[in-house]
Design a protein around this ligand. Structure first.
Ligand SMILES: Cc1cc2nc3c(=O)[nH]c(=O)nc-3n(C[C@H](O)[C@H](O)[C@H](O)COP(=O)(O)OP(=O)(O)OC[C@H]3O[C@@H](n4cnc5c(N)ncnc54)[C@H](O)[C@@H]3O)c2cc1C
Length: 297
């Protein structure tokens, strides 16, 4: 459907789109509007069509998102397979748009003989999600490699920013109002090359310690300073604990697993039970790493 307007769009504008199709827990109600842009230029136009008072949410691979059962009012921008450009510039920087997967960056860098991106291989997210979360693994974090940012605002303008303009910490990144990540330039080292075998080894380590293949959102909670959330949850006796159709993984206690009957409500309530139990037993507050979006039924 094209709207009668001076602005046209070429992406896919979906109405009442089930968010369970776009999240790794496979739960979540309908989004009023879900837009998959044709490319960055198309997204610039589409954003101008959105009423100025409507909420805008962003989704990459949905691997760190709990969308509630009542769904999302307003507009959701889905970047996966949409903002997908990745290039190596003459400046030696890797330019990657928000919808490029982390795995793709890792592979691209191997091909280009660049080192440092191997930690991204096993993170099932997009550049946009990795930037928003400061995703990290095996001692490396996304923002350690960010050289420049290309932001997009709700008027569809592109804005260049530097990493110094953001406040970055463990799984937390400050945000500018009504501005999101369109792309970033990354500085990876050309000194030591990453080999395909390094990536295979890191993926194996993940497989050995995490319930890969079952629907999850990775680690639900951040590690409290000097402690491991998984160890606290296990010590609280919650490994394997069920609530409704959601349960704490037997393999890694910071993972909550779902099945095709699970409601977002089951997961959200289980998160609260874990937080209360750990607080009672160890007086430690577990903060969620997972982002919770949308309305209850
Ligand atoms: C099996 C498994 C293993 C995992 N392992 C790790 C790990 O080792 N390390 C780690 O850090 N994480 C891990 N995660 C969590 C997750 O993969 C990361 O947080 C990832 O960066 C999320 O990316 P995404 O594209 O899926 O983001 P989403 O889940 O789609 O979104 C996450 C947040 O980013 C925001 N966002 C998305 N795109 C944009 C954008 N373009 N601009 C602004 N905001 C945006 C969303 O609105 C939301 O708030 C794991 C998850 C799973 C399922």
């Amino acid at each position: 459907m094209k709207v009668a307007s001076t602005f046209s769009y070429n992406g896919q504008w979906l109405h009442d789109e089930l968010m369970s199709k776009h999240t790794s827990w496979r739960v979540g109600g309908k989004a009023d509007n879900y837009y998959i842009p044709a490319d960055l230029n198309d997204l610039q136009h589409y954003l101008q069509l959105i009423p100025s008072n409507a909420d805008i949410s962003w989704v990459g691979l949905g691997s760190n998102l709990l969308v509630r059962d009542g769904g999302i009012r307003g507009y959701v921008i889905g970047t996966l397979n949409a903002l997908k450009e990745i290039t190596l510039g003459d400046d030696g920087l890797v330019y990657a748009q928000a919808g490029v997967t982390c795995a793709k960056i890792a592979k691209f860098c191997v091909k280009q003989g660049l080192a440092g991106a191997d930690f991204l291989a096993g993170i099932p997210g997009t550049v946009g999600g990795a930037l928003a979360m400061n995703a990290g693994a095996f001692g490396s974090e996304t923002w350690s490699f960010v050289a420049q940012l290309e932001m997009i605002n709700r008027q569809g303008d592109l804005i260049n920013r530097t990493p110094e303009e953001f406040d970055i910490s463990y799984r937390r990144v400050s945000q500018f109002d009504n501005e999101w990540f369109a792309a970033a330039k990354f500085q990876f080292s050309a000194q030591v090359e990453t080999k395909e075998s390094n990536i295979k080894q890191l993926l194996q380590q993940r497989n050995d310690s995490q319930p890969i293949g079952l629907p999850s959102c990775g680690s639900v909670f951040k590690n409290p300073k000097g402690q491991h959330a998984a160890k606290l949850i296990e010590a609280a006796g919650l490994k394997g604990y069920y609530h409704g159709q959601a349960w704490v993984s037997e393999k890694h206690a910071n993972f909550v697993i779902s099945n095709d009957q699970t409601l977002a409500k089951d997961i959200e309530e289980l998160i609260a039970i874990i937080q209360q139990t750990v607080k009672q037993k160890f007086d430690v507050t577990l903060e969620t790493e997972v982002r919770i979006l949308g309305e209850e039924l």
